[in-house]
Design a protein around this ligand. Structure first.
Ligand code: NDP
Ligand code: GDR
Length: 330
């Protein structure tokens, strides 16, 4: 019989890649959504329009993440072998303006789901999408699974809380719960307000004469950027192990926003210096310390190795935005 997986956040960047990966592995996939009839324009629209897949191997369920009774009903009805908890308010900058909602969705919903696990059949496996933002202003660099958390924004606080709760439930109830401590990962499906996609889209729009310039925050900011397809494969690998655990998913390489600008504009034969300016309103508080992951454990235990390079990923994003905007222009 096919294994059954439930994904929260299935309409997001990672949820959509994970759904495609699990379907390829032969799973029956269930997704939790907040608007049952509104998959149009989301990353799973294609899957939902495929009569071979939708309501045959892919099923959607409506539940408000703040309502424990609704979550409990869906989890009990689906009876998943594996639960991938990806839903979150995932924008760091916005989390300052929406601190309560961020904690409610990102932290408390994780606790709600963990509590429901107690009433599900023994053996249900649970993956929690944690974040490098829990390390915040990291006390060591690179970070590994033993580095203490030191969050510096509401989103990072919420992820640190949820990750620690997942550890508490794993240790006290012996559940198969794994945290993936995920560093930045991108793709053509990345939200348009994250820096990689903001740049790829702007470069494409400028090349097509649809925009004149790009205004961003710090061009010196550095991150450890990987590809979402690699990271979602890692989530699956984490749940295929006989023992649960925490894993750093990262490339182990730092790049700057300037590197993204170079590659993105070069891809279209442009010089970024001719179009890019900086504005305080996109600046974050000063970042002390480097968010750089050490993925040695995921390499050794999961045999997880990223297949995408940073350069190829940025080029893919730019080409994808260029094709989409060209079609819209026509
Ligand atoms: P996205 O922002 O692309 O997707 C977030 C998902 O959560 C969407 O499906 C969204 O649904 C859902 N969601 C958000 N708020 C609510 C809500 N109030 N009720 C119901 N659903 C909601 O995130 P990613 O796919 O990039 O990330 C997946 C997970 O991994 C997140 O938990 C994120 O915090 C974490 N993570 C991501 C990293 C990255 O670089 N991408 C790095 C580290 C951690 P809808 O479509 O309806 O808005
Ligand atoms: P991040 O991603 O905050 O790391 O969170 P984002 O792409 O927003 O920022 C990355 C870096 O780029 C700098 N930056 C800008 N960022 C944005 N959004 N807009 C700008 O104009 C801009 N200019 C410079 C930022 O200051 C930062 O240093 C992502 C999310 O996916 C989280 O959910 C996830 O947990 C972390 O990655 C790991």
């Amino acid at each position: 019989m096919a294994k059954r997986a439930l994904i929260t956040g299935i309409t997001g960047q990672d949820g959509s890649y994970l759904a495609e990966w699990l379907l390829k592995q032969g799973y029956e996939v269930h997704g939790l959504v907040r608007r049952i009839n509104a998959t149009g324009g989301t990353h799973i629209e294609g899957l939902c329009k495929d009569p071979e897949i939708f309501n045959r191997r892919l099923f959607l369920h409506f539940a408000e993440l703040r309502e424990a009774s609704a979550l409990r009903r869906v989890l009990a009805d689906v009876g998943a072998d594996e639960i991938y908890h990806l839903a979150a308010q995932s924008h760091v900058g916005l989390s300052f303006d929406m601190a309560e909602i961020t904690c409610e969705i990102t932290a408390m919903t994780t606790l709600r789901l963990l509590s429901i696990l107690r009433d599900l059949p023994v053996g249900t496996r649970f993956f929690h999408a944690s974040s490098s933002e829990a390390f915040g202003r990291p006390i060591a660099s690179p970070q590994d699974e033993t580095t203490p958390f030191n969050p510096v924004n509401p989103y990072g606080c919420a992820k640190a809380y949820a990750t620690n709760m997942a550890r508490v439930y794993r240790e006290n109830y012996h559940f198969h719960i794994s945290n993936g401590i995920l560093y930045n990962h991108e793709s053509p499906r990345r939200g348009e307000n994250f820096v990689t996609r903001k740049i790829s889209r702007a470069a494409a729009a400028i090349k097509l004469g649809l925009a004149k310039d790009l205004v961003i925050g710090s061009i010196d900011a550095q991150r450890d950027w990987g590809h979402a397809e690699d990271f979602t494969r890692g989530m699956w690998l984490a749940l295929q192990q006989s023992e649960p655990g925490d894993y750093i998913f990262a490339t182990g390489k730092l790049h700057s926003v300037r590197d993204i600008l170079e590659i993105a504009f070069n891809t279209l034969g442009l010089k970024w210096q001719d179009f890019v300016t900086q504005d305080e309103k996109f600046m974050r508080p000063p970042e002390l310390g480097q968010l750089l992951g050490n993925p040695a454990k995921a390499h050794q235990v999961l045999n997880w190795h990223p297949e995408w390079t940073f350069e190829r990923m940025i080029e893919q994003m730019v080409r994808s935005d260029f094709n989409t905007l060209s079609a819209q222009k026509r």
